[in-house]
Write a protein that binds this ligand. Structure first.
Ligand code: AHG
Ligand code: MN
Length: 321
């Protein structure tokens, strides 16, 4: 059994605000269920799909539906999560909450790396938690159009060779590992810092022909002396960078002029984690965390991980590559 560090054994025990602890407990509980589903692989009885296309223009995988339903049920029952933006839901959803308690707005990618779902390769869930702002009407997209600096907690769950949950709160990033027998997520890394060494870079090099010449030159510069690793699930590539050191790049290209990664439930969530862990995240022309999206499913270019490498890319892009 993992020993409690600083008295913290599970994600929720480290949280002083009871309402926030409750919101995180909903995420922890849904992740445990999704982990079980993911591990069943092809043996899982999945909801039927008929080639439906989601708001992203992508074919919906049955696991996307099951993951969304699992988190939605947990948020709806929590009494403290007032709303949700989810990769798989065209519009934000709102839930009733206890008016006497603080409440939160969550952003979620229930299954990140869907293209890896049927081939037993690591996928994950990505979450972010905003405090509900006083006096803001809880309807439509407006309550979610906020910068990542507003988050009070973000993180992800990785369904890999083990299931790990990473939780970032102000100044602190922790990793918990799911202990299957008890269903508990137990603390396994207490204070994660992105290493100063940066041995890896991750990018879909196959898209090189679609990049601007400036991006081509920036990637060419940043990859010197580094090994390429690319899982195709951002959640996995980011976890390697957080633990071992590295930098992840998803630039804009001719097919995706705004990039592919979504601002709210991907880029900003990881940017918040990276910054708490001493790393950096940029959209190429400034920090991800300062970006206020115009719409909840907005996309952005993303350069994230080791702070020196991210600055190297920014510098190269500013100089035209
Ligand atoms: P999704 O959330 O729809 O599964 O998207 C996954 C993202 C990200 O996780 C990954 O790094 C990227 O898509 C891979 O895209 P390419 O296949 O274009 O490289
Ligand atoms: Mn995703």
């Amino acid at each position: 059994m993992a020993l409690p560090v600083d008295g913290i054994a599970t994600p929720v025990e480290g949280i002083d605000e009871p309402a926030l602890a409750r919101a995180l407990a909903a995420i922890v509980s849904a992740s445990r269920d999704v982990s079980r589903h993911v591990r069943s692989g092809a043996l899982l009885e999945l909801p039927e799909t008929h080639g439906e296309i989601n708001v992203q223009g992508e074919v919906v995988h049955p696991l996307d539906i099951l993951g969304t339903e699992t988190f939605v049920r947990a948020f709806d029952a929590s009494n403290v999560v007032a709303g949700l933006v989810c990769e798989e839901l065209a519009e934000p959803q709102f839930y009733s909450v206890d008016p006497a308690s603080p409440s939160y707005l969550c952003v979620l990618d229930p299954i990140d790396g869907t293209s890896n779902a049927d081939i037993a390769i690591t996928i994950g869930s990505i979450y972010g938690v905003f405090p509900t702002e006083a006096g803001v009407e809880l309807s439509g997209e407006q309550p979610f159009l906020r910068p990542g600096t507003d988050f009070v907690a973000t993180g992800y769950v990785l369904y890999g060779s083990s299931t790990v949950l990473v939780l970032a709160t102000p100044g602190r990033v922790q990793e918990f590992t799911l202990h299957d027998a008890s269903g508990e997520f137990r603390l396994t890394r207490a204070d994660m810092r992105i290493p100063d060494t940066c041995p890896y870079y991750s990018v879909n090099q196959g898209y090189e022909d679609r990049w601007d010449p400036a991006v081509q030159r920036a990637v060419q510069a940043v990859r010197q002396g580094r090994s390429l690793r690319y899982v195709g699930s951002l959640v996995s590539d980011f976890h390697r960078d957080l633990v071992r050191g590295g930098v992840f790049l998803y630039p804009a290209d001719s097919k995706n002029p705004n990039g592919k990664i979504r601002v709210l439930y991907e880029a900003a969530v990881f940017a918040y984690i990276a910054e708490q862990a001493g790393g950096a995240a940029s959209i190429g022309v400034g920090p991800v965390l300062e970006l206020v999206p115009d719409s909840v499913h907005q996309r952005t270019p993303l350069f994230i991980g080791n702070a020196v490498a991210v600055e190297q890319i920014d510098h190269a892009l500013r100089a035209g590559g």
